[in-house]
Design a binder for this molecule. Structure first.
Ligand code: BMA
Length: 291
């Protein structure tokens, strides 16, 4: 059974002297590129609107952050915040799919960058529906781009020729009644390519609103086909800073990386701080192989 081991302390906390991130930092997207972990994290401060901060780390544990947000709301769709960024390095650019929150609606929105400071805005991806927890696959599959998204309570997959117009929407994973993921599920980290399939760290919520993390494996050629899905969660809120905070009993991931034979899964604890939990690559491979 695959289990993550949590790092004993949060790796990023709110900073009282930065008004934009004085209250909560959580739900971080990450990418490992040229020997550095680049992180975009959701930050909330005095005005309770979400912005994205940027932090960078040489080892996955010690992060150095900028003193101002790198992405703030720009359109009416996100007047109350830009939330839950998921970063995918795709064809030489960093694409970030995030939740645009208007106060009454949530939309999937996308920006891209080469440097995490200056952005190209691609706009809303699924214009006519409330949707979140979207994540791009890091390469085309049979010639088309692929993205996971969430029509409650399920994880869906869609394809696109141009990253903007999405078609062929299909449910790929549903909640499992009577379990830790009985109410709703959503993609976590963007899918990670392995020899055995697309590795997916995702979240599940039960009817007591406890958020936990799970793991699944999707077919490389046809990612609508779920090869394997572990029954037990891989991380549950147990540490004090996962059990108490803005929203109690939450571990919620938006990104994971592999560094030197270890997977690092970053997650928000109680929508208040950022933690990381790790697992050796061999154990993940054992899960992928089904033994
Ligand atoms: C989800 C999202 C996440 C959040 C989680 C727990 O619906 O809004 O950003 O971490 O709820 O509150």
């Amino acid at each position: 059974m695959l289990r993550l081991a949590r790092h004993p302390e949060p790796i990023l906390k709110p900073l009282p002297h930065h008004p934009w991130e004085s209250r909560y930092v959580f739900n971080a997207g990450v990418v490992y590129h040229n020997g550095l972990v680049h992180m975009l994290y959701r930050a909330m401060g005095e005005d309770m609107s979400s912005r994205l901060g940027y932090a960078v780390s040489p080892d996955g544990l010690t992060f150095y952050r900028l003193d101002r947000p790198v992405l703030s709301p720009t359109s009416p769709w996100e007047s109350r915040g830009v939330e839950d960024p998921r970063i995918t390095f795709l064809e030489g650019r960093f694409y970030v799919v995030y939740t645009a929150y208007s106060g009454s609606n949530v939309r999937v929105s996308m920006v891209s960058t080469m440097n995490f400071i200056t952005w190209t805005h691609h706009g809303i991806l699924l214009p006519d529906e409330d949707n979140k927890d979207a994540a791009l696959f890091p390469e085309r599959i049979n010639g088309r781009y692929a993205m996971l998204h969430r029509r409650p309570p399920d994880i869906w997959l869609a394809y696109s020729e141009d990253l903007i117009r999405w078609t062929d929407h299909q449910v790929i994973m549903r909640p499992r009644p009577g379990t830790w993921e009985s109410w709703k599920i959503g993609a976590g980290a963007p899918p990670i390519k392995t020899e055995w399939g697309w590795l997916l760290f995702y979240h599940g919520v039960d009817h007591h609103k406890v958020y936990r993390l799970g793991v699944a494996l999707l077919d490389l050629e046809d990612p609508t086909r779920v090869i394997r899905r572990q029954e037990a969660p891989i991380l549950s809120p147990e540490a004090p800073w996962e059990r108490e905070g803005q929203v109690p009993n939450v571990v919620f991931t938006c990104g994971a990386v592999e560094i030197d034979g270890t997977y690092y899964v970053y997650y928000g604890g109680a929508d208040t701080v950022i933690g990381v939990a790790t697992v050796p690559k061999e154990e993940v491979e054992r899960f992928c192989r089904g033994r």
